[in-house]
Design a protein around this ligand. Sequence first.
Ligand code: ADP
Length: 248
Amino acid sequence: MNTLEVRGLSYRYADGTAALQDVSFSLAEGERVGLLGPNGAGKSTLLLHLNGLLPERPAAEPAVRVFGTPVAAPHLETIRAQVGLLFQDPDDQLFCPTVWEDVAFGPQQWGLRGAALAARVSEALAQVGLAGFEERLPHHLSRGEKRRVCLAGLLACDARVLALDEPTSELDPRGRRELMALLARLPIAQIIATHDLEFVVESCPRALVLDHGQIVADGPTADLLNDEALMLAHGLERPHILRHRHPH
Ligand code: ADP
């Protein structure tokens, strides 16, 4: 069974903007996929659909399934724990006075308390390399550390798919490398919307290109990014690191 299955997903915002048109793809267990496309292509809109943050029309056949379960009522609570959405701006995601409380927030909603909760939080912080940060104030951390706290919060909820919106944006080189290494270590399916094409080359064997709400390419990252015509047609460019490599 696919981890994530999207079939014929279309979405229009209330003002009539057609943000997604007949989008279909699937994600296998543990697969890491780069989601590319110019600004306004529909990347964020697509990620929001993966855990039901944007409502589908009630009558429609659910277009998104996670481990076979439709992303629709009455499954939304379960889906929201399974699909961890990392917002572009970590300040939108962190709202507790300490790192510990922020990471504990999700599992607490699920009824975890006491030693089990403490163990879950410690484990999630260790996974993101932030053991010892428990009492730190989230808003005093670097942007890279904030992103890792957000990720720990998702892992503490036992997320089985991560949907990441521009995870490397506005990070310094070290923060970016640390985050890339961390994502590469996580054995969880990931869909990563990004303009950081070098990150996609290094971290994602497969890429999707979205433009005007439609998937215009889906395949091995190197093949897509080496296709200069495809890149130019969709407002992207072949990343510098590929220029030093032979296409195949
Ligand atoms: P991307 O993440 O690829 O930059 P978005 O998913 O943010 O693209 O946007 C897709 C399209 O939907 C764009 O045309 C954008 O202007 C439009 N859009 C995004 N959010 C809203 C909204 N809340 N209301 C109306 N239109 C929106």
